[in-house]
Design a protein around this ligand. Structure first.
Ligand code: UDP
Ligand code: MG
Length: 314
């Protein structure tokens, strides 16, 4: 079974058309499917349109948020409710093309866990969208080590057990493949079609730049240090502490052996500052270690993922 998950925020004009196109492409597949549309607190006629679609087709399942929680939350809700072996995400605005779904499924069949769409011929404004996105994709790829041309394309396919592992907060939908590196996912990309937005308006602008940069740090941290935060905080803290200690030692030496007055030296201040912040960082690291342990224990989750077990019986 295949689940298609679609976040929709004020997409009244696109939805009926999207439904027709999806239907056309999914009916050809010869597999059972469901279309989960998450209405992210729309204020236009989206809720009514979805109600009508759900009434006439029971394959259409609708989740309606009480208010706008954002695309990440909408996709997360879709993942949680999906019943398919493969979960496909796409935009509601018809910029992604349902005709590409078989391309993604093909790659899943080859054994990949995530297949990411690559809008090779992207139909968005150049300066406000395409250039910033090129830069962002490059940075995300470099920092996370998951090289993709197009993180921003919502059209992606996920194998169920990967999609179900996500715990998504903030604006993390842009980093789903990078986050899945932690789960050991095999990731690939395929070029997909892209159309200009015909109805409604884009929900994002250039204003997201700072948030994306901060999120990149977070993804890097989650991927590589989530089980050992002490190394990050403690490492820096230890460096600062040592430097402060050496400076303090040097000043004490001056005072004791030459009798020089050190009370008015900026170096003394620096030394104290370094020692204090070093201690602070190390203790933050220890606290972070405790939090990480609580995090895993409370969710009954292990810090490893097993691919296969042999001869262990049932
Ligand atoms: N979306 C959403 N909640 C939001 C913002 C966007 O569910 O708060 C949906 C939107 O309806 C669309 C998809 O996320 O289906 C991508 O949004 P948009 O097309 O505006 O992004 P762009 O293609 O311009 O990057
Ligand atoms: Mg769009």
């Amino acid at each position: 079974m295949i689940s298609v998950v679609i976040p929709a925020y004020n997409e009244e004009e696109s939805l009926p058309l999207l439904y027709d196109k999806l239907k056309e492409s999914l009916d050809k597949l010869n597999t059972d499917y469901e279309i989960i549309i998450v209405d992210d607190g729309s204020t236009d006629r989206t809720p009514q349109i979805l109600k009508e679609l759900a009434q006439k087709d029971e394959k259409v399942k609708v989740i309606r948020f009480r208010r706008n929680f954002g695309q990440t939350a909408a996709m997360y809700a879709g993942f949680e409710h999906a019943r398919g072996e493969v979960i496909i995400t796409m935009d509601a605005d018809l910029q992604n093309d349902p005709q590409d779904i078989p391309l993604l499924l093909e790659k899943i069949k080859e054994g990949y866990d995530i297949v990411s769409g690559w809008r090779k011929n992207r139909q968005d404004p150049l300066v406000s969208r395409k250039i910033p996105s090129k830069i962002a994709n490059w940075i995300i790829s470099k920092v996370t080590g998951v090289y993709l041309h197009d993180y921003g394309c919502t059209l992606k396919a996920y194998r169920r057990d990967i999609a179900k592992r996500y715990r998504l907060y903030g604006d993390m939908h842009r980093f789903l493949p990078a986050l899945a590196k932690r789960f050991g996912a095999k990731i690939t990309e395929v070029p997909v079609r892209h159309h200009p937005r015909r109805f409604g308006t884009s929900k994002y602008g250039i204003g997201r730049t700072v948030r994306v940069i901060l999120d990149i740090f977070l993804v890097k941290f989650l991927n590589e240090y989530i089980t050992r935060p002490l190394y990050v905080f403690g490492g820096v803290g230890f460096g600062l502490l040592s430097l402060g200690f050496i400076l303090g030692l040097y000043l004490s030496f001056l005072k004791l052996f030459t009798g020089a007055s050190i009370g008015n030296r900026p170096l003394l201040l620096l030394s104290v500052l370094l020692i204090l912040s070093g201690i602070q960082l190390i203790s933050t690291g220890v606290v972070a270690e405790l939090i990480v342990r609580t995090y895993y224990e409370s969710r009954n989750e292990k810090p490893y993922i097993i691919e296969e077990k042999l001869n262990f019986g049932e």
